[in-house]
Every structure is written in structure tokens, then in C-alpha cells.
Design a protein around this ligand. Structure first.
Ligand code: HSE
Length: 332
């Protein structure tokens, strides 16, 4: 099986490392190696039909800042030259237009390639178009890591809970906001904590997407489409961020044994992101950078999951799980 890694930033490199760690396992499970036949960052690319060493790609990127020597102006032309079966699209999220990620995913699906992505822009803006295209061309299209990073949620709802009627999902889908709010609980000011979150590399390149609730809104839209079968985009989500939360509001909540958390809520009729009062001790009152979600369904009742919502290896773990699902289906 041949994989093309599109986007060789933190997550792309993390996936290459995880692939190297699991290479023997994958080869044993499927009786053939997984070949990385191409990789691309925002400017450069490298191709080899015989397979590239994933760790060499990471070393080159870290040493030179580029994954390949050749530069491109049109990423779809690079994909046309490549020999691949599965596109792993992990270029940076563009929530205004879907950006290069949307072009690459569309191009791969049009060419009947399977796609795994964690890129929230294309999924939050064009979910139904992409799913329809994938179905029409009989391609597999998976995106577990796009919501909650390593925290299982999409495939959990669609696969493990496939017999359930899922009534609602409420959750913390942005680690940066949760980190900021939980530090504010301890009396630290907003601006100082935001800087800390940026230094930790947890916040998006433009932290506006985190603190204004846009990143959470993308995830809520993705859940609405993928779990509830709705046909919504990012623009349909009612969004309030955390920039208006004052120290006084946090103190008032604390005096009532509550905390304020940025909660995403999705159901057949609801599609919202906003600060909510949560009783201390409730599963959604967690502190720190973790993501957490409470799924309510008719037979199983409440199920709560929690995990790391971002990170190089953690997000790559979700991509690996999608890769194994695709490989399993291909070899059935
Ligand atoms: N900036 C995001 C967060 C990362 O803070 O949770 C994953 O989307």
C-alpha cells in the first residue's frame, strides 16, 4: 500500500514517526510494507515510487526546513505525478476557504484515492460535498483526528455505538481555551495565560481561532455532519468565544461551586459553542489541555471520553487508526 503525506508540519512529521514505529506490525498484519511514496510541505515535495524512509523525511525537514528539494506551485500537479493509494492530508487548517487541504482532498477523491485527514477546514466547510464525492467514487474517507485529536469520538459514535440513537454530544473541544479558563480559575489573567498556551505550542497559529471559539465550532460542525447526518457548515454554528469572560464572572461561578468552560453542543437541532457554567466535579469541569466529550444515547446512556486533543504523536495515533481501518477494509 502506498501513502502520500500532504502537509509535513508537526502532525505530518508525527505521522511519519508513528508509521516508522509501527512498520513491522503493519507489514506482519498485511503481508506487505506500507510505502511512503511522496511527501509535500507548503513549498516543496519529494517522490519515490519505491518508498521513502519516513524517518529520513523527518530528519531532512528538521535539518533544512523543507521535506524535498523540488518546489511546486500547484500541489495537485504533484499528486498527479505521485504513485499512491491513500492520501494523508494534514496541511494547516484554513477555516475561511478550506485552502490547499480542500483542493488536495478533492483532487485525490476525484482520482479515486482513499483519504485520511485531520484538516478541519475542508470538513467544516464542504463535508457533504466531500462525502458525496467519496461515495460516488467508492473511496474511503476517514477523519477521526479532526475532532479531539487522540480522543476517540467520531469512529466511536459511528462504529462502536452504531446501534444507538445518539441524542447529543457536549464537550470541550479546544485545549487552549480549557487551559486558559482553568488557569483563570486560579486567578491568573487571560493575556498572560494565552501567551503561555502559545509558548506550549498548543494554540493554533492564529490563536483567534481558539479563543473566539472558531476551532471548537469546526469540530461541532464536523460532529453534526458525521455523527448526526446533518448538512451544516461552520457558518451555521452559533459561536461565542472566551474573550468576554471576566475575572469577576469566574469568581462568581466559583462562589456557586461552578467553573466556566467553553462547551460545544450538538444534537439534531442544536449547534452551539459558548461559555457555560459547569458544576465542579461534573465530567465537563476538567482542567488543563485535555479534550472531553459526553455522548448521550438512548440505549447506552451517558458515555464520557477524554484525551489529548492535539499533539504530534497523539494526532498521528488517530491517523494510524484510520489507516488500519482502511487497510482492513481493503484486505477483507
Ligand atoms: N488549537 C487546538 C486546541 C488544537 O487548542 O485544542 C487542536 O485542534
Amino acid at each position: 500500500m502506498r501513502v502520500f503525506i500532504c502537509g509535513f508540519g508537526t502532525v505530518g512529521q508525527g505521522f511519519a514517526e508513528v508509521l516508522a514505529r509501527r512498520m513491522d506490525f503493519l507489514e506482519e498484519r498485511y503481508g506487505c510494507p506500507i510505502l511512503v511514496t511522496g511527501a509535500m510541505d507548503s513549498k516543496t515535495y519529494v517522490l519515490d515510487r519505491n518508498g521513502l524512509d519516513p524517518l529520513d523525511l523527518v530528519a531532512t525537514k528538521q535539518r533544512t526546513g523543507r521535506v524535498g528539494e523540488d518546489e511546486y506551485s500547484d500541489s495537485t500537479k504533484v499528486l498527479d505525478q505521485a504513485a499512491y493509494d491513500i492520501l494523508v492530508e494534514v496541511s494547516p487548517t484554513d477555516i475561511k476557504t478550506g485552502g490547499a487541504g480542500l483542493r488536495n482532498i478533492t483532487h485525490a477523491l476525484e482520482n479515486r484515492k482513499d483519504v485520511i485527514t485531520v484538516n478541519k477546514g475542508p470538513l467544516a466547510l464542504k463535508f457533504n460535498e466531500l462525502i458525496t464525492l467519496a461515495r460516488r467514487n467508492k473511496c474511503k474517507f476517514r477523519f477521526e483526528g479532526s475532532v479531539g485529536g487522540a480522543m476517540p469520538i467520531i469512529n466511536l459514535c459511528r462504529e462502536n455505538l452504531r446501534g444507538e440513537k445518539i441524542e447529543s454530544i457536549r464537550g470541550i473541544f479546544n485545549g487552549t481555551c480549557n487551559f486558559i479558563l482553568s488557569k483563570m480559575d486560579k486567578g491568573q489573567p487571560f493575556d498572560q495565560v494565552l501567551k503561555e498556551a502559545q509558548q506550549m505550542g498548543y494554540a493554533e497559529t492564529d490563536p483567534t481561532n481558539d479563543i473566539e471559539g472558531y476551532d471548537s465550532a469546526c469540530k461541532v460542525a464536523i460532529l453534526a455532519n458525521s455523527v448526526f447526518g446533518r448538512n451544516v457548515t461552520f457558518d451555521d454554528v452559533k459561536i461565542t468565544g472566551i474573550t468576554g469572560i471576566t475575572e469577576e464572572a469566574i469568581a462568581l461561578a466559583a462562589s456557586r461551586n461552578m467553573v466556566i468552560r467553553l462547551i460545544g453542543e450538538v444534537s439534531e437541532t442544536k449547534l452551539e459553542v459558548g461559555p457555560r457554567l459547569v458544576p465542579r466535579g461534573h465530567p465537563l469541569s476538567i482542567s488543563g489541555t485535555l479534550n472531553t466529550a459526553q455522548i448521550i444515547s438512548d440505549l447506552a446512556g451517558p458515555i464520557t471520553v477524554s484525551g489529548r486533543g492535539a499533539g504530534r504523536t497523539e494526532t498521528a495515533s488517530a491517523i494510524l487508526s484510520d489507516l488500519i481501518s482502511i487497510m482492513d477494509e481493503r484486505t477483507e
